[in-house]
Write a protein that binds this ligand. Structure first.
Ligand code: ADP
Length: 291
């Protein structure tokens, strides 16, 4: 492992001496190898992947910086990213994780609502990033419908087609794209700052029980997409939803849009893992076309 190279990058970025002693592997990630590096009382969290994955870490670095600057919810402060030897790396503040206290889920809901009140002039982001390891397009535009169609659902269908899934998922997918004007009729969301990949593995609490989020797939879009994803795999408690709803009530019709938004992640799981996710996507589309 190129630890001395990475330590030098970290020392430069922190503008203080830093030489990692015995990096400790950290479990829990989906995609990258993660480590805790410590020196001089400074604890740094580092993720490694193949050098070709540098753009993924550059996007994560910029996303963490942008969320942090919004000052609404805790994220690890990014330190630097780059290539060392055959590895791409990202280094960020290490935050020791702890247990929730009774009010922690409500704090998460309140702070996510605060983050969603941070808005941009356009949907999208100034750069592309990834969702899992799948490319995620963020071309900016003024129409939420066009964004959801052209930057989210259509590219996932295209990737499935390229992987050989030419059958019913494609014909259903085309019908769904044509039905989007009805499914999103009258809905004009703000372009909110989103986490973008808000499943239960991407939030935690620090030793004081304060929430933090990490591993964002940031873009600006309908805040309902973040809320929808929290329900897709579970792991968020009632206190979270109550506090969010009290802080920033959801628009009418959000229950109907939930499956349309979660379809993106199920299509993505189809692209990443195949199998049952393709059938699940087809069933979701069939349900949406009937609604
Ligand atoms: P991956 O990109 O591989 O999915 P994550 O960014 O989700 O990896 O991080 C993996 C795990 O490491 C998380 O589930 C969390 O428990 C822990 N973690 C993430 N960021 C930090 C951090 N800055 N400080 C301490 N632990 C972290």
């Amino acid at each position: 492992m190129p630890w001395s190279d990475i330590s030098e990058h970290i020392a430069d970025a922190l503008n203080q001496p830093f030489a990692a002693q015995n990096p400790r592997p950290i479990s829990g990630g989906d995609i990258n190898a993660a480590y805790l590096l410590e020196d001089n009382g400074q604890a740094v969290f580092v993720k490694l992947n193949a050098a070709s994955q540098l753009p993924m870490f550059e996007a994560e670095y910029q996303a963490l910086l942008e969320i942090k600057a919004g000052n609404t919810i805790q994220v690890p402060a990014p330190i630097c990213c780059g290539v060392a030897g055959s590895r791409a790396f990202i280094a960020m503040e290490y935050i020791a994780l702890g247990a929730a206290h009774s009010n922690s889920p409500a704090q998460l809901g309140q702070q996510l609502a605060d983050m969603h009140r941070t808005t941009a002039d356009h949907f999208g982001w100034h750069r592309h990033n990834t969702i899992g390891t799948t490319p995620q397009c963020n071309d900016q535009g003024d129409s939420w419908l066009a964004f959801w169609r052209d930057q989210r659902i259509a590219p996932q269908l295209q990737l499935l087609a390229e992987a050989g899934y030419q059958g019913s998922v494609q014909s259903l997918g085309q019908q769904l794209l044509a039905a989007l004007p009805q499914l999103l009729e009258g809905h004009q969301p703000a372009a909110s700052m989103l986490h973008g990949d808000l499943w239960s593995g991407n939030y935690a609490f620090n030793r004081q029980g304060e929430p933090l989020i990490f591993d964002p797939a940031l873009y600006y879009g309908d805040r309902e997409t973040d809320l929808a994803m929290t329900e897709l795999f579970g792991g968020f408690s009632p206190g979270f939803y109550d506090a969010y709803q009290a802080a920033y009530p959801l628009d009418e019709g959000h229950q109907q849009r939930k499956n349309l938004y979660n379809l993106y992640h199920i299509l993505n799981h189809g692209n990443l893992f195949g199998g049952g996710y393709i059938r699940q996507a087809e069933q979701m589309i069939e349900g949406l076309l009937l609604s």
